[in-house]
Design a protein around this ligand. Structure first.
Ligand code: ADP
Length: 475
């Protein structure tokens, strides 16, 4: 078996704030059949420490950015983990990146430099009797792993995957020495970004290969419009940069075996799930489509556009159930919309079980993102016969076959898509959804096509394996 160390700040089902966790959690099992053994290096947040039985550490560090640290090799929830136990960095209440009030931890630069540092140590000296042939780093939190590999001349190649270019790991210039970076690399082809440090940029410049989570997002990232200041870096490395589509964990997301719902096999079988969902959200019966949103509430997700477009749905008998967490202004606007219309119902917070019940019970799932690296909820929707209605951007382009007249005629459509990402275009898509829903045979075709669509990891795992071989051969 070839060996790859995945370096990530979150990993489902142990700790999750978004899609990164799902991907990191699913990759090891997906890769196993390709001949790559993946172990995952993860910070020892309290929730992770509780989930493992720490034995004798495989690595001890007397001073890791201000305190002692140790690495434990442990198995939990089917994952083969290296857990970085560093109480001064991770032992605190709150979320992985922020405190209970949503404020970023002030020592995030050290907290995640530590992750990159330890990845490089494991690559250099191994942990226990295991040493990786390759390091796969995810996002800015692991961006310094490729950098430290380069700085310490370790000779182990690396991949950096961008899950969202909006998060760039910015730290003030004073951190250069504090994080153990070389001042000589504080430049355009190193980690310097507008006079500050960017750990993501460090990763982009020093990784052997770069990927992102869909081919369309990869193309978009090369443009000024989507690159968020890093498009130039990516253009310079265009030959080493590609998009590999995310899959979903099709054991966790399987309507036939999902423990959160009354299971079903066919579009018709969804009826019970839909009735239960209406009840849970206190929505009355109606002839229109029941649409759901399961999302972070942030500008990226375009939910302000949905607020403006909603009359197109709810004035025609359609309904909306939303589960979200994040931006408080959006939250109060959705609360107000729900108070004003009986066909709109909202819940706030993070609730895995409810997200399953919603995706199972709904007729359609809405993803009106302004940009979307891959997006996972539309993939869950496809698997559950819940028709995705998506903006035409990033991974949403690559995963949903839009109901154009020709796609409908050829019976290949799996969802609806709109462009540009405006409230007017979204309203038109909602109108199209209401019309298609009123034609049950056509709607059912969309559902059946979606349920047949391959949304698991098999194809993408093969692409990662191919890239891993390429990176190790290049090193
Ligand atoms: P992002 O990573 O940008 O948030 P993705 O669509 O890639 O978007 O992944 C989001 C993941 O988080 C999905 O698994 C989705 O089901 C889940 N999720 C988002 N918000 C919630 C919530 N409020 N409750 C439960 N799950 C959520």
């Amino acid at each position: 078996m070839n060996r790859v160390l995945s370096v990530t700040s979150e990993c489902a089902p142990l700790v999750k704030t978004g899609g990164l966790a799902d991907v990191a959690g699913a990759l090891p099992a997906a890769l196993a059949p390709t001949g790559w053994e993946m172990r995952t290096l993860l910070p020892g947040y309290p929730i992770v420490m509780k989930a493992i039985k720490p034995g004798k550490p495989v690595l001890k560090i007397a001073d890791l950015f201000g305190g002692p640290a140790s690495v434990h090799h442990a198995k939990a929830k089917g994952l083969d983990l290296y857990v970085l136990d560093a109480p001064h960095l991770y032992e605190r209440d709150g979320a992985p990146y922020n405190d209970a009030d949503g404020k970023d931890w002030p020592d995030n630069p050290e907290r995640f430099a530590a992750l990159g540092d330890v990845a490089a140590r494991i690559a250099a000296d191994g942990a226990g009797d295991w040493r990786p042939d390759l390091v796969h780093a995810h996002d800015w939190q692991a961006g310094l792993a490729p950098y430290f590999l380069h700085q310490r001349k370790i000779g182990v190649p690396s991949i950096l995957t961008i899950h969202n270019i909006a998060f760039q790991g910015i730290a003030p210039v004073e951190y250069i020495t504090r994080l153990g970076l070389d001042r000589a690399d504080f430049n355009e082809s190193g980690y310097e970004f507008w006079g500050k440090i960017s750990t993501l940029k460090a990763g982009l410049n020093f990784a052997t290969r770069i990927t992102t989570v869909s081919p369309s997002y990869a193309r978009e990232l090369l443009t000024e419009e989507y690159g968020m200041g890093l498009d130039g870096v990516l253009r310079a490395r265009a030959e080493d940069f590609s998009g590999i589509l995310n899959g979903i964990d099709d054991v966790v997301w399987n309507p036939e075996t999902d423990p959160h719902i009354a299971s079903y096999k066919t579009p018709k079988g969804k009826r019970r799930a839909k009735a239960a969902l209406r009840k849970e959200f206190d929505l009355p019966k109606s002839d229109g489509p029941l649409c759901v949103v399961v999302s972070r509430l942030s500008d990226q997700k375009g939910l302000d556009l949905l607020l403006e477009a909603l009359p197109a749905l709810v004035d025609r008998g359609g309904q909306l159930a939303l589960l979200g967490s994040g931006d408080k202004v959006l939250e109060s606007r959705f609360r107000a919309a729900a108070a004003a219309h009986p066909f709109i119902s909202v819940k706030f917070g993070y609730d895995e079980g409810l997200s399953h019940r919603m995706i199972a019970g709904a007729d359609a799932i809405l993803v009106p993102s302004r940009f979307e690296p891959c997006g996972l909820t539309q993939l869950y929707g496809l698997r559950y016969g819940t028709v995705p209605i998506v903006a035409y951007t990033g991974g949403l382009i690559d995963t949903v076959i839009a109901a154009t007249p020709m796609a409908l005629r050829m019976n290949v459509a799996t969802g609806l898509s709109f462009h540009p990402t405006t409230s007017d275009a979204l309203a038109r898509a909602l109108l199209q959804a209401v019309q298609l829903f009123a034609d049950p045979p056509t709607w059912e075709k969309l559902q059946k096509n979606g349920m047949r669509q391959p949304v698991g990891w098999e194809a993408s795992a093969i692409e990662y394996a191919r890239l891993y071989h390429e990176a190790t051969a290049a090193a």
